[in-house]
Structure formats: structure tokens, C-alpha cells
Design a protein around this ligand. Structure first.
Ligand SMILES: [Cu+2]
Length: 274
């Protein structure tokens, strides 16, 4: 049994072109998540859940993310901790919600702050156990001297709360830095600012590459933008393995359910002292 990597119920799929040049028509270079059939209880290696999952953040806003890794897969002996790495910004670690561990160091119980009924349950799109924590009002955050970094380990059976100020306009990527998980879709993109606030790459940047896919030699297959780009889209790890003629790698990811469920865009306020 195998569960694919999910973020907010989706498995991240890279676009086949450069978003900077296609922000007015991303569908040309990517699968829109709104058209993807990904049920709440999506499990296993559901290819229907692959899409270019991204969030928009207003330039200058403070963004607070809660990312959790609970439920089926967060339990003892099956869960993975995920090193979550975010490009384009550093962030403050406002809180780490740990599970409890037994005397042997294994997970005893998952963190109770999330309304996940246990390590055998599907806990996708869960919320806080205490509704008063909604809309960013998480209790227990370190607002005095939080650690500032670009990677944080998301513990199995727990969650993290991070904040950053969206001051770096552009398209950015965030992902688990276990490369197999990254390949399998544990990531998301985010766009800071509106198009007229985003600097374009230099004029001589090879944008005409247009739609590209990685073939077995990692070549950029250049050419005009194709109207039938959809036929190029599946570039997931399984197919990459198939292209190489090898057996599909069965990733040992058990129902990881680390989900950013809020992406709350808080009103601008001073950065925490760092
Ligand atoms: Cu991971």
C-alpha cells in the first residue's frame, strides 16, 4: 500500500513552461488544480491529484502557514518527518507542535491540537481541535524570539506554524527536501505580488524555450508553445522512471498528510523581533 505525497489534497506537478511568461494563461503550461478531481479522502498513488498547486500572496503581507503531518502516516513506525524548504524568503518558526513519544522514542500519540482522530484515520483537510485557533490565532506561538531559517523539519504526528513577510515579488517554490517526496509531489508554489509588481527575467533569458519536458538526458525540448500542451503534462516520478526503463520506485511515504490548510494572509504588522 502506498500513499502519494499531498499538499492540501494535491500532488504538486511542475509546470512545463515558465510561469513568469504565462501568468495570463497558466493553463497553457500547467494543470489547473480547479480542474483536478482529487477527493478529500484521496489516497494511494492517485494520479488524478497532480496539478500545479500554488497560492498567491499580496506583496508586503505577513503570511502565516500551518503545515501538518498527521493521520494515516503520522503514526508509529510509518511516518516521515519532512524537511520543508521554502525558496524566495526566510521565515520565522512560530511554533512546532510535537507528538508525544513513548519510552522507546516512538510516537505514542499525535499532537492533539489538530482534530485528527488517530494514526489510522485519513486526516486530510482537518482543522484545529479548538475553533478559537482558526484564522491564524494559534495559541503558543513564539512571538518574542522565533528562529529564522529557510528549512524546518515537520515532525511526523505534528505540525509547524511559520511566518514570513512576502517582500520578494515573483514565483517561488516550496517543498519537502527529501528528494523522493519532492518528485512525488510534496510541494507547492507561491506567487508574491501582482504581475505589475513582479520583475521579469532579463530580456535575453531563454523564454522561447516555451514548453519543455525533461527527457532521459534532461534536455530542454524547445519549440513553440503547443496548444495541445496537455499531452506533455504528466511528468511525475512514476513516468520518469518508466521513461528510463526502470521499475517504478515505490516510495515509502505513508499517507503523508502535511497540509497547509490556512495560508492566512494576515494584515501587515511588524515582523517579530529576530
Ligand atoms: Cu517529505
Amino acid at each position: 500500500m502506498h500513499y502519494g505525497s499531498h499538499m492540501d489534497n494535491f500532488r504538486f506537478q511542475f509546470p512545463t513552461g515558465i510561469p513568469y511568461y504565462h501568468s495570463d494563461n497558466l493553463d497553457l503550461i500547467s494543470t489547473n488544480c480547479s480542474t483536478v478531481n482529487c477527493p478529500k479522502d484521496a489516497a494511494k498513488d492517485d494520479r488524478n491529484c497532480r496539478c500545479f498547486y500554488y497560492k498567491k500572496h499580496k506583496l508586503g503581507n505577513i503570511v502565516q502557514l500551518t503545515i501538518y503531518n498527521m493521520g494515516n502516516g503520522g503514526g508509529m513506525g510509518t511516518g516521515y518527518a519532512h524537511p520543508i524548504h521554502i525558496h524566495g524568503t526566510h521565515f520565522y518558526v512560530m511554533k512546532v507542535g510535537w507528538p508525544t513519544y513513548n519510552a522507546s522514542g516512538f510516537i505514542d500519540k499525535m499532537n492533539p491540537d489538530m482534530a485528527c482522530p488517530g494514526d489510522t484515520a485519513d486526516c486530510n483537510l482537518i482543522g484545529w481541535a479548538d475553533n478559537s485557533w482558526n484564522n491564524g490565532a494559534v495559541q503558543g506561538m513564539n512571538t518574542k524570539n522565533p528562529s529564522r531559517r529557510d528549512t524546518i523539519t515537520l515532525p511526523a504526528g505534528g505540525y509547524i506554524v511559520i511566518r514570513f513577510r512576502a517582500l520578494n515579488p515573483g514565483w517561488w517554490f516550496a517543498h519537502c527536501h527529501l528528494e523522493l517526496h519532492l518528485m512525488d509531489g510534496t510541494g507547492w508554489a507561491y506567487k508574491v505580488g501582482d504581475d505589475d509588481q513582479i520583475y521579469m527575467p532579463p530580456d535575453n533569458f531563454p523564454k522561447d524555450c516555451g514548453v519543455f519536458i525533461l527527457d532521459k538526458r534532461n534536455l530542454c525540448l524547445s519549440g513553440p508553445i503547443r496548444a495541445d500542451v496537455g499531452s506533455f503534462l504528466p511528468t511525475n516520478s512514476g513516468q520518469a522512471a518508466d521513461r528510463l526503463g526502470s521499475t517504478r520506485i515505490e516510495l515509502p511515504i505513508w499517507a503523508e498528510r502535511h497540509t497547509d490548510r490556512q495560508f492566512t494572509e494576515l494584515p501587515t504588522r511588524p515582523d517579530p523581533p529576530g
